[in-house]
Design a binder for this molecule. Structure first.
Ligand code: F0G
Length: 391
């Protein structure tokens, strides 16, 4: 069953519907009497948790089961007790979106839909394109013109999506997609579709399964605010099912130039969308996060917070994570480490607690950002002497 988070009205899962008649966001209600306790640390993949997933597995590329690393070098440098990364870049198309799409595209097939659509800053489009290719259905993706990382664009093209650049930002593209899904009978797989979040909540399940305990804090980037809502839902379901006896704090990090949630949180005022979001972390270049209400509740209920980081802090954290821990992530993903470093400096986090940073997308998606900021030496003659000279 689907339930409105605002007015509580309920709807059948068999109906194509993204919002309540009152305009509120919907969420899927899971029957927690029927879920299985499979949290034994073994054979971790997304579909291991199928008793929590309200859709049958119809299309899969073996998503989930991503590595969870202890950041031993950084932990020492930052003088923290327990620091981990859950690296979602290791999913089939290189981002956490695959979790949402294995479930979302399976749902599209269950509903008999033969066309799917999304607006995207890049990763959602790559993932939707791949899963709809595998499912043999048509996909349409609308992206902000000139503001999508090269690797993501290449992915959407090669998987065979109809790629449509939009003169505008993500928020503009999403507006068109919402209208198109209504008028043209195309199934929308942006994160306001509650089934997407049902896939993404498995990040929480895997963290608990891999660690064997619930960490004190989860730190992750926030764009359209779906993922933070999904992970919180996952932990709450584990708690309500009686499989865990504590909940983590959710710490959402935004890029300074696209930080409507962090600003409202910091200034203790009402949420207000931003007209002209701008950041080097194009994945989270979003001024009007569609899921902001769910995200706000997640942070409030969990006793967490929102914070923002500058582009400079993001790029610095990206370099630190790669050069100290061997983990190359795209700029948006590095905002979780940048956020942690900032909060540590501000004295807003406890060094003896455990932290899991979610890195959401692979660094190879956006190679330009590295290459543009690095000057290679002049080429040398192909002999040892020449090589020795440059050493
Ligand atoms: N990190 C990456 C790498 C992303 O691609 C996104 C969102 C986020 C974080 C933020 O997640 O939106 O659930 O808060 N990317 C979307 C896209 C918007 O179109 O690929 P969120």
């Amino acid at each position: 069953m689907l339930r409105c988070i605002e007015c509580g009205r309920e709807y059948s899962e068999d109906e194509v519907r993204y919002r309540c008649d009152c305009g509120g966001l919907l969420e899927v209600v899971i029957d927690l009497d029927k879920v299985e306790n499979v949290f034994n640390g073994e054979n971790i993949t997304l579909w291991k948790y199928k008793s929590f997933i309200p859709v049958g597995k119809k299309v899969s590329l073996n998503e989930g089961g991503t590595p969870l690393y202890r950041l031993k070098n950084l932990q020492r440098e930052l003088e923290m007790k327990e620091l981990y990364v859950k690296n979602e870049g290791a999913n089939p198309t290189g981002s956490f979106k695959d979790r949402g799409m294995t479930v979302g595209v399976s749902k599209a097939l269950e509903l008999g839909m033969s066309k799917v659509i999304c607006a995207s800053t890049g990763n959602t489009s790559a993932s939707l394109a791949a899963y709809s290719a595998k499912a043999g259905i048509k996909s349409y993706v609308l992206v902000p013109s000139g503001k999508i990382a090269l690797g993501k664009l290449a992915q959407a093209i090669v998987y065979g999506a109809k790629v449509v650049p939009v003169r505008g930002n993500f928020d503009d593209a999403l507006r068109v997609v919402v209208e198109a899904s209504k008028e043209l009978g195309v199934y929308m797989l942006n994160s306001i579709n509650p089934f997407r979040l049902e896939g993404q909540k498995t990040i929480a399940f895997e963290i608990f399964d891999q660690l064997g305990f619930v960490p004190d804090n989860i730190v992750l980037p926030v764009g359209n605010a779906g993922n933070i809502s999904a992970i919180w839902k996952g932990f709450k379901e584990l708690y309500e099912a009686g499989f865990i006896d504590k909940l983590p704090r959710m710490i959402g990090i935004q890029a300074e130039g696209a930080s409507p949630l962090a600003k409202a949180w910091g200034e203790k005022r009402e949420f207000k969308p931003e007209e002209k979001p701008e950041t080097v972390a194009t994945a989270i270049r979003i001024g009007n996060p569609a899921n902001w209400k769910k995200a706000w509740r997640a942070v409030e209920e969990s006793g967490g917070l929102f914070e923002s980081v500058s582009d400079e802090e993001i790029l610095k954290a990206q370099k630190i994570l790669a050069s100290k821990e061997g983990i190359f992530v795209e700029p948006a993903s590095a905002s979780s480490l940048a956020g942690l470093i900032k909060l540590k400096k501000l004295g807003l986090i406890e060094s003896d607690e455990s932290y899991v940073l979610i890195t959401t997308g692979h660094g190879l998606k956006d190679p330009n950002i590295i290459i543009e900021n690095f000057k290679l030496p002049e080429p040398i003659e192909p002999n040892l002497e020449a090589f020795k000279e440059v050493l």
